[in-house]
Ligand binder design. Structure first.
Ligand SMILES: [Zn+2]
Ligand SMILES: [Zn+2]
Length: 120
């Protein structure tokens, strides 16, 4: 078997891109970069665009974490947010049942109820 084919086969087995050492997209033989070079990725390809967005989002989350900012809305985190990766507002939004609007009163209530602020 020519070495080129062996190389491709090996990468396929390992879930790697067959054109470069990067990880291939799930269920694909190419990484997003090579797929784009090949013209495989286009606006209409929802699945691939989705994996792009997820990757972008992951990078963004990493960046915000390093900078000590909320990974949802990028607001700077303060003392109360120590140990969390999102700000209080986002934590409440993510936890509170979707029913009802948030106001100053139930905001504080939920913050305590779900222990989204440190217990003093
Ligand atoms: Zn590649
Ligand atoms: Zn936030």
């Amino acid at each position: 078997m020519p070495s080129r084919e062996r190389y491709i086969e090996k990468h396929r087995d390992q879930g790697l891109c067959i054109r470069c050492p990067n990880e291939a997209m799930p269920g694909r033989y190419l990484c997003p970069k090579c797929a784009r070079k090949q013209g495989i990725i286009n606006k209409n390809n929802y699945e691939i665009n989705r994996s792009y967005r997820l990757e972008y989002r992951r990078n963004q989350v990493d960046k915000y974490k390093k900078e000590g900012r909320c990974t949802e809305c990028s607001a700077p985190l303060d003392e109360e947010d120590r140990g969390f990766v999102t700000c209080l507002t986002c934590r409440i939004k993510a936890t509170v049942p979707r029913t009802g609007r948030l106001n100053a009163i139930n905001y504080a209530h939920y913050a305590r109820k779900f222990q989204l602020v440190p217990v003093r």
